[in-house]
Every structure is written in C-alpha cells, then in structure tokens.
Design a protein around this ligand. Sequence first.
Ligand SMILES: C[S@@+](CC[C@H](N)C(=O)[O-])C[C@H]1O[C@@H](n2cnc3c(N)ncnc32)[C@H](O)[C@@H]1O
Length: 238
Amino acid sequence: MEHSFERLTTPGQDGKQSPRSYVLRAGHMTDKQKDALQRFYEKYGIPWEPGRIVNALSLFGPRMIGSFIVEIGFGMGDATANIAEALPATGFFGIEVHAPGVGQMLLEIERRGLKNLKICRHDAMEVVESMLAPDSVDGFHVFFPDPWPKKKHHKRRIMRQDFVRFMARRLKPSGYLYFVTDWEEYAEATLEVLRSETLLVNTYEVWADRESWRPITKFEKRAADEGRTVRELIFRRI
Ligand SMILES: C[S@@+](CC[C@H](N)C(=O)[O-])C[C@H]1O[C@@H](n2cnc3c(N)ncnc32)[C@H](O)[C@@H]1O
C-alpha cells in the first residue's frame, strides 16, 4: 500500500533538525545476543523501509483480530515480552535502536514462542513517521523513555509536541497513548505536552493508575526503592 507521509521535521534555531532522542553507545553484547541478531532478525524483525506500511494485518496476518500496539524504546524488552505473552490475541510492534536490547528481545521471542510480537531496530520517531498509517494503531506504549534531565538536553526528549501529534494521528479513535516515567519533572512536562494536543484527552484527572497487565520491572523497583515516584499518563484519541 502506498501512502504519502507528512514529515517530522522540527528545525532548530540554526535550521538543523532536532537531535535524536538517543545516543548509540557501543554497549556490551553477549554472544547469545549477537547470535540472535543474526539468526532471528529475519524471522521477527522488520527492516527499516520508509513508505512500507506496517500494521496488524501486514505483521500478523488476518487471524490476528485483537488490538495493534506499538512500543517505543523497549530497552531490554522485559516488560514487552511479559505483556505480549500475557495478551496473545494482541499484536505488538516494538521499536528500539540499542543492539543488545534487540538481540535480547529476539532471544525472548524465540524462547517463549511469541507469535504476536515483531520488532524493528531503528529510530522509533522515523518508524512512526514513515511506516505507520493514520488511524491504524490501538495503543502506543512509551515506558520509561530517557529523561534527558539536563535542561540543555530537553530537546532530545521523545515526548516532543510534534512527535506526540504524530502518534496521536496514527491512533484509531479511542486509541491510547500510555506514558510512564520515574522522573518527576519529565512527567510534569509530558502532562503539559499531552494536554496541549487537541486530538487527545486524559483518561484520568491527572495521573493514571498502573494498568494491571503492565509488569513492574527491576528498573522500576529500584526507582521506588530510591524514593522516586513513578508517574503514569494514559490519554486517548478523541
Ligand atoms: C531508559 S530506556 C527504557 C527501556 C524500557 N522501555 C524500560 O522500561 O525498561 C529508554 C530506551 O529507549 C530507547 N530509545 C530512545 N530513543 C529512541 C528512538 N528514537 N527510537 C528507538 N528507541 C529509542 C533507548 O535506546 C533505550 O533503550
């Protein structure tokens, strides 16, 4: 299916595009993760191909009748694999740039025999922009995105007004955007960004309760132990 995409370009003051929301570091990769990348990416991975439409039908075929959920930045994929296993009728599309995480996720998909999870190793902002059609997604998960705490780095944050609008347009009516962070100031800033998006409404007065199917990860337990509050926001497309 051909589709013409609007572009996600937010020129900075100097006319350059905004910086990426991640920095690729040569993180350590285990032999198993490397091996999984080579052996299983073809099976469970979707190549970066701008203009190619990805949706529940193209990824999972006509028998997948449940919702279609896109996860932005799944990290090592702990939460993703558990959620996908718990909700087998829902199709998941996870996007991540970090190679060890992608390798680990591939291992988990293979080990658990997950039929409802596909992944893409690429910048999620570009994938949302160029591979998802309007009104096609039932939910976006953005769990613990990098908070970029220093003020000079705020422009790297993924929950930018223009990217939120891109996600909102790709949601079906009533589709949701589920954001979680343990960084209070990022939570407050994202609340304002989401409130300013006219296509979205808050499903709670302010902070959402954790959905029962969202597992508490190790990272999150540590945040709680260190006294940081985990904030959740669930907005829906009108
Ligand atoms: C702090 S980690 C959180 C990972 C995971 N969601 C969790 O809850 O454990 C943020 C992740 O987002 C990824 N990330 C950041 N910007 C991204 C982008 N534009 N596209 C894909 N992944 C991105 C990073 O590589 C990192 O793995």
